[in-house]
Design a protein around this ligand. Structure first.
Ligand SMILES: Nc1ncnc2c1ncn2[C@@H]1O[C@H](COP(=O)(O)OP(=O)(O)O)[C@@H](O)[C@H]1O
Ligand SMILES: [Mg+2]
Length: 257
């Protein structure tokens, strides 16, 4: 049984077909790239897969359970967590508190109670803090734990988002353009992190514009264009398809690779 099984998943906004009959499966431990030009439907796919928006049609199964109509919170409890294309951090909170916000979902208590130390919450708070610190270490952010999230560089803020997502203990992580706006050095560190997480057994779906990064990291690719699925196959085969070069890249392969 695949970990994620997506069948004819569609989403339209009024008359706009943002996503049409998306069909693919992800095996446990896979690292799948989801690529396509701007406006292709990648973020919409993530929104519908994670329940941020209801699907117009189709079905999503996660570990054998039909999750098509579940809320994002329920999907997260089952093990499916995402990051957003636009960074969504609490800027007036520390890096550690931001990551604790992700851990509270798994601890099953309200973070606010924990942060403000209401009676009876001490144990939960301690556990949440341990989880957060563990994730900060895994993402090489320990040194920034007590800094305000707003003080960090763009690339470090992106890693805080990933640490926060990891704190909810996902078995499937969806990353929406995590490298956008990063310097080459930051991109290199991000690639290392993604591949380390995957080596540790986490299944990952990566939306990414940088073809070189996708090609280096992902074994398989799904290509979308104008809401339609163009391809779903091994990375090297997909990147060789003329229609992918023509539509996705819009320029010669040699210029991109
Ligand atoms: N909330 C929305 N309301 C209306 N149209 C939307 C909404 N979200 C996305 N779209 C449209 O759906 C299409 C796919 O967008 P999106 O999924 O963001 O593309 P990508 O992430 O691949 O760049 C675009 O035409 C976009 O304008
Ligand atoms: Mg997008």
């Amino acid at each position: 049984m695949p970990q994620l099984h997506v069948q004819k998943l569609s989403k339209n906004f009024g008359g706009v077909q943002a996503l049409s009959k998306l069909d693919f499966s992800v095996e446990q431990g896979d690292l799948l790239g989801l690529i396509g030009p701007n406006g292709a439907g990648k973020t919409t796919a993530f929104n519908v897969l994670t329940g941020v928006m209801p699907a117009s049609d189709g079905r999503v199964e996660f570990e054998g359970t039909d999750i098509t109509r579940l809320s994002p919170e329920k999907r997260s409890h089952l093990g499916m967590t995402r990051t957003f294309q636009n960074i969504r951090l609490f800027d007036d909170m520390t890096v550690r508190e931001n990551v604790m916000a992700g851990a509270h979902a798994r601890a099953g208590r309200s973070l606010l109670h924990c942060v403000f130390g209401l009676p009876g919450q001490t144990q939960a708070e301690k556990r949440i803090r341990e989880i957060a610190d563990d994730m900060l270490e895994r993402t090489a952010l320990t040194d920034f734990a007590t800094r305000n999230a707003s003080e960090l560089s763009y690339g470090d803020r992106r890693r805080v988002e990933i640490a926060r997502a990891l704190a909810s203990a996902p078995t499937l992580l969806l990353l929406d353009e995590p490298a956008a706006g990063m310097t080459d050095t930051e991109k290199g560190r991000l690639s290392e992190l993604v591949s380390r997480l995957n080596d540790d057994g986490l299944t990952i779906i990566l939306v990414e514009h940088n073809v070189r990064m996708v090609a280096a990291l992902c074994r398989r690719l799904v290509v979308v264009n104008k809401g339609e699925m163009l391809a779903c196959d091994k990375t090297e085969d997909v990147l060789r398809m003329p229609e992918v070069e023509a539509v996705y890249l819009g320029r010669r392969r040699s210029e991109v690779m």
